[in-house]
Design a protein around this ligand. Sequence first.
Ligand SMILES: [Zn+2]
Length: 165
Amino acid sequence: MALRNILTEGNSTLNKVCRPVTAFDERLATLIDDMKDTVVHANGVGLAAPQVGVLRRVVVVDLGEEIIELINPRILEQEGEQDGLEGCLSVPERYGLVKRPRKVRVEAQDRHGDWYEYEGEDLIARCFCHELEHLDGHLYTEKAYRMLTEEEYEELMNQNAEDGE
Ligand SMILES: [Zn+2]
C-alpha cells in the first residue's frame, strides 16, 4: 500500500470520462488499497481514481466505521434536497455551496466483481454524487451556485481550528 499523488484542478485528466473496470485483478486491488490510504492521509471523505491519474470507474468513500470501494458505480435512486458546503481534494483551499439530493442509493461492484447496494444520507449522499461526477470528468465547482470568498474561507478555517478539528 502506498500514497498516491492527488491531481489538482487544471490537470486535464480530471476532465476526462473514465472507462469501466473490466479486470478484477491484483492491479485493481492495489489501486483501491492505495486510494484508501490516500483518502485517509488527506483527511478526505471520498476519492475517485481520476484524482490519482487513473481513468477507471473506481471510487472510495469513508463512511466512518469503514471505507467502502465502489467499482463501476451508478446511482439507482435519489430523493430530497440538501444545500451545503462542498470541497474537493483536487480543489485545495476552496469551498462552494452546492445543492444535492438528501438521500442516494448506489449500486457498485467490489474488487472481486460482486455487486452491492449502498444507501447514503446527508454528507454521504453528497459524497456519492460528488465522487461519481469525477468519473465523468466533472468537478463540483461546475455545479456550485456560489464559491466562498477568500475571507469566508479564512473565517471557516478559524472556526474549525477553534472547534478543535
Ligand atoms: Zn472531488
